[in-house]
Each structure stands twice: as structure tokens, then as C-alpha cells.
Design a protein around this ligand. Sequence first.
Ligand SMILES: Cc1ncc(COP(=O)(O)O)c(C=O)c1O
Length: 387
Amino acid sequence: MTVSRRAEQIRPFVVMDVVARAKELEAQGRDIVRLEIGDPDFPTPEVITRAAEIAMAGGSTHYTQSLGLPDLREALALRYRDHYGVEVDPDNIVVTQGTSPAMLLMFGALLDPGDEVIMPDPCYPAYPNYVTFLGGVPRLVRVRAQDGFRYRPDEVRAAIGPRTKAIMINSPSNPTGAVLGDEDLRALAQIAEETGVHIASDEIYHGLDFCGPDRTVLGYTGRSFVLNGFSKAYAMTGWRLGYLVAPPEYVRPAEKIQQNFFLAANAFVQQAGVVALTEAQSEVARMRAIYDERRSYLVPALESVGLKIESAPCGAFYVFADASHWDADSLRLCYRLLDEAGVACAPGIDFGDGGQGFLRFSFAISLERLHEGVERLAVWARGEGLA
Ligand SMILES: Cc1ncc(COP(=O)(O)O)c(C=O)c1O
């Protein structure tokens, strides 16, 4: 049997192996504090669930337009106007089954074999995999804790070549929790305008910003694509609903990919999405306040057990902590913490070489479990003579 080179090139998502090992230990009766997962611990707000039930009962169980229900695209455009003060034409929005398929639509519409995409190292592991899968070339640009894990604009500029099609950004970031400020976005937009590349902005953690208002790249340059979805802020990971905002000339190409590969997003889920946007904002704010409380606890608590956090997260629900003085090999350390301390986290190496030596701790879990996890880490570190 031969497996395609394209499939072979996809790097496994190591954190999923950690999840499998954690489940194995739990099946053996061990209690594991699960800080490795990026899935909100909150149930989806009831107003959204109810809307889906009503839509389903009302017969919303058929294909929709490939671009998505007009009501949802209009509700999204209104949200951009009300929340960000940015005008988005509903015609430039393609509704997808989560943010992940939106990446395929975007990169599929943008890249020819050999084209390059600049992305931060460390970054969400799917980015380089999507690009490679489509025959493109990821150009990794290191981001460092001392810079708040933000690009240095001169390094981005230096990485741009004749085949560069886009600069990928993800703010708030998985895995670092870094948020790009007005100045960062201005600088990147200027580079895009001057060089003719696009900005591809994954804004899935918007709504989970703790240090100030979230800013969409759409407010900075027309050369931008936005990927977003309902998974994180609305606690809807299992629903599979997202969207792409694209420059007008890319909408039809993205639509053709959608028509052929996915047809459309789930009809009743799209209807629930309208209600999420219009009626669940207070629930989003409530969940964000709880994440913020956990963040305020977790950052100093991890420091107190000996981990180094040079750049505390300003968004998303992850703390990216330097553990290289415990073990330079983050994967090995991750498995040791799982087996020996009963704490699961994600190894930094999963997010690129720039993440080696770091551990990602998710706070999409109750404060009580965070306390337990930190206590176990403290006992483990003392036992190892590390704290
Ligand atoms: C940065 C980032 N983008 C995209 C996704 C995937 O989102 P979705 O569930 O909408 O496909 C994730 C999921 O963890 C993520 O962390």
C-alpha cells in the first residue's frame, strides 16, 4: 500500500497523543488534571441550543446556499459594524463548518504550488500543514517571549520573497495568548500594502481578549482575509460553524471550493449562529470574565512553582510557560508530568521549533481543577529538586 506524499507530509498533532495517553491513564483509574485541551468547559449558552432545536423542528434540515444563509451573513456584517466599527459586505463572507475548513478555502483560493506563506513560529500547527498539503511553502518567522510573541516587522519584511502570498497572523494567539496591538497591525498592514501580499488573520479567539478591545485586521487593510468561527467564544466547538471574510475577487473561488468539497454548513447550526450573534453576547462576556479570573490565578501560580512566564497571555485561554530549565525537551517533559504528576499539558514543540522548551497550559477548565493541577506540579517539582 502506498500512501500519498501529501498525506505523509502532514505532521501529527502531538497534543492529541497526549490526550490519548491521558484517557488511557484515566481508564486505569488515575485522576488526571486536563490542562492540554483547547475546548471550553462551558456548555453552549442555552439560547443558542434552543434556537438550533427550534430550527431543526421547523425543518431547517436541508442544504443551504454554499456561501451560507443570507440571514447569518447579514448578522455577521452587522456584528462587524457594531463591535468593530468596520463595514463588511455580507457578499464577502463565506460561511463554513468551523474555522478549519475556512483555512482550506482561503489557502486553496490563494496558493499555487511553490507559493509561500509567512507564519509565526510557534503557531497553531494546522497552518503549516494546510499550506504544505496544497503544495505551498510555510516560511516560519520566529516570535519570542521577550517581544510578547509578536512579529518584528523588519523580520517579516525580510522574509517576503517573490513567491510570498500571505502573512499569517493569529491574535489572540494559540499557543501564546499574545495579542497584536494597533501598532503591530498598522505595521503589518503597511507591509502588505507596500509588497502586495495579503494578511491572513485567524481571529477565532476574538471575544476572549483580556487587556483591551479586540481589533480585526479588516479595519487596517483591504488586503486581508479573516478566518473566524463560533467554537471558542461561544463554546461551540462541536457545532462546527465558522466563516471566511475575503477580498471580493476571492469569494467566487472560495465558493467553488466550498460547493465541491463541503456543499454548505449545517442549516440549523447556521440559524443558531444568528441567535449566537444577536442574543448571546452577555453569555460570551460572562464566560470571558471567568476565563480572566482563571488567568489571573494561573499565571502567578505557575511562576510560583518555578515556571518562567516572560509574556503573560492577553487573550485566548492558554499560558505558554518556559520550562526549559526543567527539561529542554518539551515532549519528554510533558509525558513525565502526565505519568508522574497526573497533569496533562501540551508540549511547546507541537507548535514549532520556536516552542521547544515551553509548555502550554489551557485554562478552559474550572478554577478548582487549576488549583489541583498547580498543587501537583509544585509537589512534583519539589520531589525533583526543581523548586
Ligand atoms: C488558532 C486556531 N485556529 C483555528 C482552530 C480551529 O477552530 P474550529 O473549531 O473553528 O475549526 C483552533 C482550534 O483550536 C485554533 O486554536
